[in-house]
Design a binder for this molecule. Structure first.
Ligand SMILES: [Zn+2]
Length: 549
């Protein structure tokens, strides 16, 4: 048999339990047709080209199960406000002033990535402070959690903040005199977004293209986009067109499964025999698409964030008596949306971080499944940040997939531990408990909330240390090989893509990354320093520091 290429002479960590290690693979028409050792493959196959892997380690292409790709791409032109570069409110004001000086009056000055927990003053900047440094601009600074933002006075005026109707699940912070401080939490952010959305397609295509280039350099070959078309994450109600344009123009470098924001689902005409009509026009739902672009779960928001202390908790946040966070919508409405989406055949992915939110969402899933049983539903809980022991068991019993973010541990782990206090920290961002309960644990970053390079996520999943060096729930640490399996096979499973993705075995798409060192063989503290030397998608070399061609 004739094949396009044989890649040989590497250490392949295949993630295929039937053959965990190999040294070569053969590719035909973008798919893997054989895995084994080079001599053996060359004996049976006639290859157009034989490519040497130079003894390097090869893993299946990394798959980020929860990220925000256009946001990341758009954010590449925002003022970067993440720490440690930005250490104080003063630093933020200086950066805003400098950017405003380069832009015409009346234009938007957008910054992203600040975290008040990491600022010397441990507070948000205020509208008054922003007005002092950029009085003529529309200033909008996004928190790194995505759950809140601060805007300047010009933006508050444009919103008409004194008379604006604040959406359910949103908070406009006010000072003792009743004036808006500039801080808008959760759904209140939609007041700002209404001023700038929808983004034009060309801008989104450019963002997807720029993000793709970065992702390929990091060994990512597939991602799940955590929400298009509405709600907190909306950039355009017709965003799918931008993704299609990106693909047509050759700018979509990685395979993408797009979750759809629950806000985009609506009543659909349906036959009485079909139970419930709820979804997108034409009946498009989870599973529609092809190997490059497909529709994934419906994305529902239940609560907020841990470091922002808006996640719905069973007990008060540490040191904040009375604050147990809140739900972003009335629980009855949440129940109705999840139940209807489930009944209409959608995979449901619900954002739940606090233990009260996780428990509530599990109850809703349980009821929906009891009323309308469905095999292999693969419903998910995004983040699943604080999970009580009884809820780990319920996840397993229901087959609900938790989607935690390894990289949170170092970048925002200190803030999370502070918010929880010592008693609850063992429940925070579990992974080993989930695996031991028999659940898949997809690898994901929630980029741009934190850095998204998979090897950084894997590093944290193994090392479990915060930025300040505190051990973070060390009992939940994974072995490097387990963490790689999360970022490949388990991620694929969470998107119903395991027939095509997630391991190096015959029949699957030829997506893989070549690494400078073997993560299972180096000292755990040096995993983050491993480089991605090449990335191959569908048999085509898409990132290449080795001259694989
Ligand atoms: Zn997210």
């Amino acid at each position: 048999m004739r094949v396009d290429r044989i890649f040989e002479g590497g250490t392949l960590l295949t993630m295929d339990p039937a053959r965990p290690r190999a040294t070569a693979l053969a590719v035909l028409g973008g798919r893997i047709v054989a895995v084994g050792d080079g001599d053996e493959l060359r004996r049976h196959l006639d290859a157009e080209r034989v490519v040497s892997l130079e003894g390097r380690t090869v893993v299946p292409g990394f798959h980020d199960a929860h990220n925000h790709m256009p946001s990341f791409g758009l954010g590449l032109s925002d003022i970067a406000l993440s720490s440690p570069r930005i250490a104080s409110v003063e630093d933020i004001l200086r950066a805003v002033k400098a950017r405003a000086a380069t832009q015409p009056a009346g234009s938007w000055v957008i910054g992203s990535g600040y975290d008040q927990n990491k600022l010397a003053e441990r507070r948000h900047p205020s509208a008054a402070e922003l007005d002092a440094v950029a009085p003529d601009h529309l200033v909008w600074l996004r928190h790194n959690s995505g759950h809140m933002c601060v805007v300047g006075g010009r933006v508050l005026d444009a919103i008409g903040i004194e008379s604006a109707r604040v959406p359910e699940g949103g908070v406009v912070e006010r000072d003792p005199a009743g004036r808006a401080t500039g801080l808008l939490q959760e759904q209140a952010q939609s007041l700002v977004r209404a001023l700038v959305y929808p983004y034009p397609h060309a801008e989104l295509v450019e963002a997807i293209g720029r993000a793709s280039e970065r992702y390929l350099r990091e060994g990512l070959t597939s991602v799940q986009e955590a929400g298009v078309g509405g709600g907190l994450v909306a950039r355009s109600p017709v965003e799918l067109m931008a993704w299609q344009d990106a693909r047509r123009q050759g700018r979509l470098g990685v395979r993408a499964t797009l979750m759809v924001a629950a806000e985009a689902l609506h009543d659909l005409p349906h036959a009485a025999a079909d139970g419930d009509g709820f979804g997108l026009d034409l009946g498009i739902r989870t599973g529609w698409g092809d190997e490059w672009l497909s529709i994934g779960a419906v994305k529902v928001f239940s609560d907020g964030s841990l470091i922002g202390r808006t996640a719905a908790m069973c007990c008060d946040f540490a040191g904040e008596p009375g604050n147990r966070g809140f739900f972003q919508m009335d629980v009855e409405r949440l129940r109705r949306i999840i139940t209807r989406a489930h009944r209409a055949g959608w995979q449901v992915a619900t954002h739940a971080i606090g233990d009260r939110a996780v428990a509530t969402v599990l109850c809703i899933y349980e009821e929906a499944l009891r009323a309308h049983p469905r095999p292999d539903h693969r419903h998910r809980i995004e983040h699943c940040g604080v999970c009580r022991p009884e809820d780990v068991r319920r996840l397993a019993a229901l087959g609900v997939i938790p989607v935690p973010q390894g990289r949170f541990i170092s970048e925002i782990g200190d803030g999370m531990l502070d918010a929880l206090g010592p008693e609850r920290s063992a429940w925070c961002y579990r992974q080993r408990s989930f695996l031991e309960a028999g659940l898949p644990v997809p690898g994901s970053s929630d980029r741009p909330v934190v850095q998204g390079a998979p090897l950084l996520g894997i590093h944290d999943m193994v090392n479990q240390r915060t930025a300040s060096g505190r051990p973070f729930n060390p009992g939940e640490a994974l072995a490097p090989e387990e963490a790689i399996r999360c970022y490949t096979l388990h991620s694929a499973r969470a998107a119903f893509r395991e027939a095509d993705l997630g391991s190096l075995e015959p029949g699957k798409l030829a997506d893989f990354a070549v690494l400078s060192a073997d993560p299972t063989a180096v000292a755990p503290e040096s995993i983050a320093a491993i480089e991605v030397l090449a990335t191959v998608v569908g048999g085509r070399v898409a990132h290449d520091l080795m001259g694989l061609g």
